[in-house]
Design a protein around this ligand. Sequence first.
Ligand code: NAI
Length: 339
Amino acid sequence: MTKIKIGQVGLGRLGKVHAENIVNHVKGAELFAVASVVEQELAYAKDELGVKNCYTSYSEMIENDELDAVVIVSPSGFHAVQISQALDKGLHVFSEKPIGLELDNIKQVVEKINSHSDKVFQLGFMRRFDDSYQFAKDVVQNGELGKITAMRCYGIDPSAGLDSFIQFAKNSASGGIFLDMSIHDIDLVRWFTGSEFKTVYSLGNNIAAPELTECEELETGACLAELDDGTIAYLLAGRNAQHGYHVETEIIGTEGMIRIGNAPEKNLVTLYDKNGVVRPTSGHFPERFKLAFINEINAFIESINNNVPSSITGIDGLKSTEVAIAMQESYEKKTIIKL
Ligand code: NAI
């Protein structure tokens, strides 16, 4: 079978993960080209991953007529325009979350995605491809929890990654904690409930990392929300988990409840030593979602080969962004926002 030729833009914190996955774990694809503004990253792609076509400009990369698809892992502010440019070139598109930072641009790009229905578009909500989340989805879909009444979502980055985040935030706008982090939980709430957010009320602080105030970021952001079907959702995002990378989701239903990652285990090991009974934790997102990142790109390639739409659409990108922007507005105005 001929391999899908991918051009990837961005080789930073997550870009390297995707690039290595495509080279080592995605049989149906070839990392044919890369684009980055950092020379060392291009040297790494050429020398360590054997990528033949290296560009300092995304626009130049997508001029390469041999490409079939792009994988966009650039800073969030570039996503909407890069998706649009790729579709204009007739390429399939996988883009990291969020789909964009501004609603007007996102609406335009979603229209474009919808009008290019022969091209696969997939957004990087990789948690949907994680084994545990898929297991929980089956439990919910089979009705084992009854009707969902409430969800609680924690997404807290490790304190060990705080310096690297500050660098990331200084280099380019992340969109703020709700657009950068809560967006994964917003997507999960929409995915599990099949319902849309109706109202949001958010709070935030920088008690744990006052230095984030300088780059107009929050260390902790929390939101209480109501969905159209009455479900209550509590979403907490943070950047200061001392114990590691803490992603936890709780779904409470009329017939039972489920928790995913209530202790963010690294593996099945329990260590008994002078510190007591210790469960090692996952250290960062590439570790916790290692397989999910591989699965999502394999699913993208499968959609291209089978000529079927991906399960994560432009509408998912738009809806989740609308909620995240409302959460940010609620925090700034200290008021409940209706969607
Ligand atoms: P980063 O700052 O580490 O890397 C950004 C990369 O984009 C660098 O390789 C840089 O050279 C390149 N770049 C910047 N401007 C460019 C331009 N004009 N043209 C071409 N390349 C350009 O960022 P990081 O952490 O890798 O994040 C990238 C994206 O991935 C963000 O949108 C972020 O939201 C998303 N992300 C998603 C995660 C997930 O859980 N799904 C986790 C981490 C990041």
